[in-house]
Ligand binder design. Structure first.
Ligand code: UD1
Length: 387
């Protein structure tokens, strides 16, 4: 069997790493070898957004890089489709495997199906119900046309059933990203907080703050267009962080390239850089981010993956969105996060409540570190049903 798996952007890397390991393990013990090629679309191209993850997660270099880079969604998707079609025609795989919800999954699932190649979506069935999110459009298209839909939780399987997806296409395999977390937890724990802050600092505030103590800082990440692309929304968030969070505790803000550009465009970057209790850091590697998550008193984020990692680590999480495709991470479903949107009143109330909450790790069903092997087994099973 020949498989091509695809990555494009940062959140894909921690999901593909365990899948590639599962293939290597299978090939050691089975006579039916799997031939695997890794394709990187090149959507994320910075060392910090891409290369660092390959190194830390021991992902082999991509066999093929499509070199798509940044651009509008249509440019990214169109360019990926043109280049990926060439790859499929040359390699003729049996399967294309896509993970997550970034632009690559839309482009590559459509291209695969037009070439009559089987497509498997790992992390299928997540739905935010918010069609203004580019990722929701990607999920809907990929899930509608993929042949095998591997879901991270039972709610996602149910979403697919409600959309009329036939039962034989749906398999509940668990959360593949948690495989990586379980695998790397001990290594991350051994890192030094001080080193991470010093080595990744954008504004050098650490020099005046001195030592940041574990479990006594807030952590923020922000990159969604709905939060960062307009000044009317981004400025009040920045105000809240500066006026109400930093007087309480040090704030570590790992800043995504999109957000940094916007802070600069809106004339907010200098104020952020000069705040004495705000440490602005470059985008971090996987291990460094995991270490910060293990010790943050509270996390403020609009990332999807962090909501899940906070659940497993028990870090109180304020999700700065009005909806989530990952309801299993919410407190009402047993998780560690709460939706606060970008309403400063709600953010304030929940921030005050969250800093008093104890850290209680939670393990949803099948978030057990063994998802990748189940995913591969489902692909093998599907194949043997065909032949
Ligand atoms: C993408 C994903 C999102 C994911 C996020 C994590 C889609 C639709 N969105 O959003 O689901 O949560 O990645 O990071 O696929 N840039 C750089 N260096 C890079 C990559 C990007 O400077 O390595 C800049 C680009 O020039 C662009 C901006 O960052 O202006 C945004 O990048 P883009 O790839 O469009 O989307 P993300 O916001 O990163």
């Amino acid at each position: 069997m020949k498989i091509i798996s695809v990555v494009g952007a940062r959140p894909n890397f921690m999901k593909i790493a365990p899948f590639i390991k599962a293939i290597a393990k299978h090939n050691k013990s089975s006579v039916d070898k799997i031939e695997h090629f890794l394709v990187h679309t090149g959507q994320h191209y910075d060392d910090r957004m891409s290369r660092a993850f390959f190194e830390q997660l021991e992902i082999p270099d991509a066999d093929i890089n499509l070199g798509v880079g940044s651009g509008s969604h249509a440019e990214q998707v169109g360019h990926t489709m043109i280049e990926f079609e060439k790859v499929l025609r040359e390699k003729k795989p049996d399967w294309v495997v896509i993970v997550g919800d970034v632009n690559a999954i839309l482009a590559c699932s459509v291209t695969a199906k037009k070439e009559n190649i089987l497509c498997c979506h790992i992390e299928a069935g997540l739905r935010s119900g918010d069609m203004s999110m580019p990722e929701e459009v990607n999920r809907l298209v990929a899930d509608r046309i993929s042949d095998l839909l591997l879901t991270p939780d039972r709610m996602s399987s149910e979403n697919l059933r409600k959309e009329g997806v036939p039962e034989e296409k749906i398999r509940f395999t668990g959360n593949i990203m948690i495989d990586t977390l379980e695998n790397k937890k001990a290594t991350a724990a051994s890192l030094s907080l001080e080193d991470i802050i010093r080595d990744n600092s954008v504004n050098e505030t650490w020099k005046s703050i001195g030592k940041v103590e574990e479990d006594k800082f807030a952590l923020m990440t922000l990159h969604r267009p709905s939060n960062v692309d307009s000044k009317e929304i981004l400025e009040p968030i920045v105000r809240f962080m500066i006026d109400e969070v930093t007087p309480e505790m040090p704030l570590i803000w790992t800043v995504h390239p999109r957000t940094r550009k916007m802070l600069d465009n809106f004339g907010l970057l200098d104020e952020v850089m000069n705040n004495k209790n705000l440490m602005l850091l470059e985008p971090l590697g996987y291990l460094e981010m995991l270490k910060l998550n293990m010790h943050a008193r509270v996390i403020l984020t609009d990332s999807g993956g962090l909501q899940e990692e906070c659940t497993v680590l028990g870090t109180p999480c304020l999700t700065m969105r009005w909806n989530t495709e990952r309801p299993i991470t919410l407190r009402e479903h047993g998780g560690a996060s709460v939706l606060v949107g970008n309403s400063i009143r709600t953010i304030r109330e929940e921030f005050i409540a969250a800093v008093k909450k104890p850290r209680i790790p939670i393990h949803p069903e099948l978030w057990d570190g063994k998802t990748a092997e189940r995913c591969l087994q489902e692909i093998i099973n599907y194949n043997s049903r065909l032949h």
